[in-house]
Design a protein around this ligand. Structure first.
Ligand SMILES: Nc1ncnc2c1ncn2[C@@H]1O[C@H](COP(=O)(O)OP(=O)(O)OP(=O)(O)O)[C@@H](O)[C@H]1O
Ligand SMILES: [Mg+2]
Length: 263
């Protein structure tokens, strides 16, 4: 039921015709990163294919958020390089050329402005849509795909953690990104919303062809969305493969994610 409802929503929505991500591939080549004496990433290499949904699993503190922040250009590696569609973005990130959106683990909404203003911020700042009515309608349809219709005028402080997370997803979509990085998109959401987020991610993949990298602890979500799963362990990608390949692995460092979640 939920699946049909979400698909209908996506199909009927003008947001999909607004979104037009171009498929991009990512190569993270041999990056290392330390904070003082804490070496977080150790010669990490990862390739993400165009239009792929790649899930990253890793223990708390293993460096998942640090890795995403490298890909979006918020952190530079000590050594190694990052390429988007073959362009080296390690030192200089051309944000006009490579539209990368990130849904932060903390949601990171601006608290002094409404939900609608948060979602519309990118389009306003970059003067992408000047027609207020068109902008409002786009924001409303974007909010409806994350099940927040009618919440336009609410202040972020009056939203639950899960609702903030969904506003952050809507805000990321409004950038019309070629690549979306989701850092724990379902943390704090109830199980029904996990299905909705999975449908949203799968809908984007089918309709928009945007490349997606999703960090999650939620194996149920991973099973619904992942083309491939990468296991981050000890500062490196320990293994990468389909959900079933990972699920059937006998390596203890991989088993730990599946044993605790699926039984
Ligand atoms: N800006 C920073 N300065 C210093 N240390 C940092 C910084 N950012 C991250 N770290 C350290 O890097 C390590 C990895 O952090 P990261 O946030 O990437 O973990 P994570 O895998 O996302 O964990 P979680 O699942 O809990 O979100 C931690 O030891 C953290 O303290
Ligand atoms: Mg994190």
């Amino acid at each position: 039921m939920e699946t049909n409802r979400q698909h209908r929503k996506l199909d009927n929505n003008n947001i999909i015709s607004y979104l037009s991500g171009k498929p991009v591939s990512i190569v993270v080549s041999n990056i290392s990163k330390s904070f003082g004496s804490n070496q977080v990433l150790r010669n990490l290499t990862l390739e993400v294919n165009s239009s792929e949904t790649l899930v990253i699993l890793g223990k708390s503190g293993s460096g998942k958020s640090v890795l995403l922040k490298h890909i979006i250009g918020l952190i530079s590696p000590d050594t190694g390089s990052i390429y988007i569609n073959g362009d080296n973005v390690t030192q200089q990130f051309d944000r006009a050329k490579h539209k990368v959106a990130m849904v932060f683990q903390s949601s990171a909404l601006l608290n002094s402005i409404t939900v609608k203003e948060n979602v519309a911020l990118y389009l306003k700042e970059h003067r992408i849509i000047s027609d207020e009515q068109k902008l409002s309608s786009l924001v409303s349809s974007c909010l409806s795909i994350v099940d927040l219709e009618g919440k336009e005028d609410i202040m972020p402080s009056n939203l639950s953690g899960g609702m903030k997370k969904r506003v952050a997803v809507a805000r990321a979509l409004m950038m019309n990104p070629d690549l979306i990085l989701f850092d724990e998109p379902t943390a704090g959401l109830d199980p029904m919303m996990v299905g909705n987020i999975a449908e949203l991610i799968n809908g984007l993949k089918q309709n928009v062809k945007v490349t997606q990298i999703v960090v999650t602890h939620n194996v149920n979500l991973a099973s619904k969305i992942a083309d491939r799963i990468a296991i981050l362990y000890n500062g490196k990608i320990l293994s990468i493969g389909t959900f079933d390949e990972m699920r059937l692995s006998t390596e203890p460092e991989i088993r730990q994610f599946f044993d605790s979640s699926l039984n």
